[in-house]
Design a protein around this ligand. Sequence first.
Ligand code: ADP
Ligand code: MG
Length: 324
Amino acid sequence: RRLDSRSGLAPGLLGESQTPISTEPMESVYDITGELGRGKFAVVRRCVEKATGKVFAAKFLRKRRRGRDCRADVIHEMAVLETARNNTRVVNLHTAYETDHDIILLLEYAAGGEIFDHCVSEELLPEAQITRLIRQTLEGVYHLHQSNLVHLDLKPQNILLTSLSPPGDIKIVDFGLARRLGAVGELREILGTPEYVAPEILNYEPITTATDLWSVGVIAYMLVTGESPFAGDDKQETYLNVSQVNVDYSREAFSRVSELAVDFVRKLLVKTPEDRPSAAECMSHPWLWQLCLSPEPAPATRTVRERSCGTKWTAPPEDPEDKE
Ligand code: ADP
Ligand code: MG
């Protein structure tokens, strides 16, 4: 693949992480108590710190993939998590271990599972809960974009909840495809999951922050309707649906929610990236605030403030430390 002449890395990859990687066996510090999830190159296991009883999620990332040394990709994933350390909507990286096969990221545990479960269940979430989760997702995405990071794999499987019932706060996970924008010119390449991926990715066109906003539109659609907007019977059909932006906005699909929900999703699922609102612009959409039940307590510093009902959201002043 194409490499940056200065860093020797693929475009948009971060080269260094600050988190020390221990080569001690992690089993002497943690009890592994089960599996939380699994992807192509990673297994995530639930584990308990013996000394404290604290629960963590251990993401075992294979260092060799398809016969290639991928240690740099894992270091990149760690570095992105570190850059997002102050972002309360992103899962926290606690520490890391290394074995012959894997680098193991010890992550803050999100006990409520994936919001995916709320997209496929018979019982969808009440609209006021959906808008709360979308507000929190946008808040996380806003801060990532402020740091010139794009996630590029936002989907209901990568948005977790701190607790299940009642649904807690969201935590964004899985920064394997995340990239830094700007540093080394244009970013193209990189494929997420066809169902959730924006048309510019399928067309190999430049990637921007707007690519993540498309995914937020897909997530909102799924939480509201219980259907994946572009899923076809096969990959081919899915690709076609995405590139033609073939979406069902029928009253049946949106029967459970207000007219404003349709308007919100319609604004995000547009083909031309420049025509999509930014995360900050999305935050002032009336859908997100109309059903807000009670003002939430002021969050910790440096998060986007969730105002009480009816108040327009304004981006907080930029924090120079957020920028790299
Ligand atoms: P992959 O790159 O393989 O998709 P992810 O980081 O998305 O790996 O993790 C896979 C799955 O493991 C997630 O979809 C989720 O179900 C579970 N998982 C990941 N991180 C956590 C966490 N911090 N707490 C709880 N479950 C997690
Ligand atoms: Mg994932």
